[in-house]
Design a binder for this molecule. Structure first.
Ligand code: ADP
Ligand code: MG
Length: 263
């Protein structure tokens, strides 16, 4: 299921500024267990503002668990996770603030089927952030234009294609004006012809300087857009490198094996 979709234009990453001093996410000696199962083992990952990180690795290696910990959808048990300067602890009030700053897009779009696209986009801004309806709708339309489907605003999710629904899910995250976006295999549930339209939206976010962590098997996207590729296996980060070096000169046997499936 690893694939090499490429977009049709050259992507110039030279202007995608990565801060040398501002840390967006810092994961330090982090461990997590599900019951007795040691799912994440001593994870160390520092993400600077403006970085575009791709996380790859076999199924079951802990990729989803790692990014779910960063958004506090899962709790870690040892070590630290610091997001925009706030350490994720059991202090729930601050966790809500952190969640607002970190958008997440899942494999399955998780749109509310009985609400229109516009209602899906304005629900959290109105009820969680207390933004007036008219303003929330204006913001929603702005981001629907951003993902190139403003004409779908009054339809229901079931009337849209999978690619369109995933673009709505991305727009919904953007409506909360996050500083960091986490993507968990956003294209793996899509028919092949819809992968590109979603990758295009992710690329345009990168071009705007969004800090992004993307779990994806789209190695074309990793080559074109990531500034760092991280490879996980069995709950550990076993290799990380710039895409060029990661693909041309993998260091570990398990990375070579993984890449041999696509090259
Ligand atoms: P990946 O995203 O790399 O496929 P996951 O993070 O989903 O990996 O899962 C890592 C491991 O943790 C797998 O062995 C999976 O079965 C296990 N796991 C995931 N979620 C849970 C859970 N809620 N309870 C128990 N085990 C889980
Ligand atoms: Mg996963």
């Amino acid at each position: 299921q690893v694939s090499e979709t490429t977009v049709d234009r050259d992507i110039d990453t030279s202007h995608m500024q990565v801060s040398k001093t501002e840390v967006a996410i810092d994961v330090v000696n982090m461990h997590k267990w599900y019951g007795d199962f040691h799912v994440l083992r001593d994870i160390n990952l520092r993400v600077m503002k403006g970085e575009r990180i791709v996380i790859a690795g076999p199924s079951g290696s802990g990729k989803s668990t790692l990014i779910r910990c960063i958004n506090r959808l899962e709790e870690h048990q040892e070590g630290q996770i610091i997001v925009n300067g706030t350490e994720l602890t059991a202090d729930l009030k601050r966790i809500d603030e952190v969640r607002r700053e970190v958008g997440m897009v899942f494999q399955h779009f998780n749109l509310f089927p009985h609400l229109t696209i516009l209602q899906n986009l304005t629900l959290a801004p109105i009820w969680v952030r207390g933004i007036p309806k008219a303003e929330a709708e204006a913001t929603a339309m702005h981001y629907l234009e951003r993902v190139k489907i403003p004409e779908q605003a009054n339809k229901f999710p079931g009337q849209l294609s999978g690619g369109q629904q995933q673009r709505v899910a991305i727009a919904r995250s953007l409506c909360m004006q996050p500083e960091i976006m986490l993507f968990d295999e956003p294209t793996s549930a899509l028919d092949p012809e819809m992968v590109k339209e979603v990758l295009e939206v992710m690329i345009s976010l990168a071009e705007d300087g969004m800090t992004m962590i993307c779990v994806t098997h789209e190695m074309g996207f990793a080559r074109q857009v990531a500034n760092r590729v991280i490879f996980m296996d069995q709950g550990q980060i076993i290799e990380e490198n710039e895409p060029e070096a990661f693909f041309s000169n993998p260091q570990h046997e398990r990375t070579k094996l993984f890449l041999s499936q696509i090259l």
